[in-house]
Design a binder for this molecule. Structure first.
Ligand code: C5P
Length: 205
């Protein structure tokens, strides 16, 4: 059973994907982390994220970089959404994601193009969304807890900028697959959102 979970930043897709992976006892891949690892390498090696697509696609990274907490920062997330627009970068990460999805027992993958490009034949596809204001509020609270002085307005502006880049790019733009089930988490608790996700998956497999 392959479960594809797509959606924008801070929609709750990561939390939902992890919960589904526990519920169905399937391995989980957060595909955003792969793009974040590329972005971290670009920042470290001082490459230009908007250009140098061949150098960026060829840069590679060690798996242990995926554990680095820096990858989860907004700084890296913004650059990830710039480098992920390059077709060469997407092609370099494609096989790894497809192999993960093709494991014998199945898998849960979350990202932006899982249901459309990586696993178009997934058994269940969810598109998780929430309003930009609510996503910004969630992200802002999280950052405040970590002691960050960033303002809500800045978080909202960053979320909007990332949405625009991710949905507006020519290669594998973020969009809901025609056969995906939408799940709006704007007014749901985490528990309610996960319960709804399980119902939606059960209805499709
Ligand atoms: O999901 P996360 O916020 O970690 O993703 C970081 C960035 O990586 C996204 O803004 C998007 O540009 C890119 N990404 C992508 N395709 C995916 C997953 C993430 O383009 N499947």
């Amino acid at each position: 059973m392959i479960i594809a979970v797509d959606g924008p930043a801070a929609s709750g897709k990561g939390t939902i994907a992890r919960a589904l992976s526990r519920h169905y006892n399937l391995p989980h891949l957060d595909t955003g982390l792969l793009y974040r690892a590329v972005a971290a390498t670009v920042l470290r090696d001082k490459l230009t994220p908007e250009r140098e697509a061949d150098a960026i696609a060829a840069c590679g990274f060690e798996d242990r970089l995926l554990e680095d907490p820096w990858l989860r920062s907004d700084e890296v997330g913004q650059i990830a959404s710039v480098v992920s627009a390059h077709a060469l970068v997407r092609a370099a990460l494609l096989q790894r994601q497809r192999r993960f999805a093709a494991q014998p027992g199945g898998a849960v993958l979350d990202g932006r193009d899982i249901g459309t490009v990586i696993a178009p034949d997934a058994h269940a596809k969810l598109f998780v969304k929430a309003t930009p204001a609510i996503r910004a509020r969630r992200r802002h609270l999280e950052l405040q807890k970590q002691g960050s002085p960033v303002t809500y307005d800045k978080v909202l502006a960053d979320i909007r900028a990332r949405d625009e880049r991710d949905a507006g790019r020519a290669n594998a733009p973020m969009m809901m697959a025609a056969d995906a089930a939408p799940l709006d988490t704007s007014f749901l608790s985490i528990e309610a959102a996960v319960q709804r996700a399980v119902e939606l998956v059960d209805a499709r497999v």
